[in-house]
Unconditional design. Sequence first.
Length: 93
Amino acid sequence: MLVLRGITMQEFETRLTEKGQITIPQQIRRLIGLEPHDVVRFEVVGEEVRISRATSKLLAGFGAVTPKQRPEDFRSIREAVEKGVAEEVVSEG
């Protein structure tokens, strides 16, 4: 463990397989809250790589569109989408 300017820095090593795979050490998985099946994000900054748990793109957009009415009528929304797709297919015809 290394302490610089009040920041604790831990270093971990792991071996790269022939397929280019690594195992993320358990301590790191715990520190950043990684669970099995999580998506991992790599950010390259110069010659360094930062690893973090990726946020869900679906959840990131949740609530971004204001509904036309509440509660929403999903049946009519689905029908409108299906009608639009059908019209597009017929026009490509």
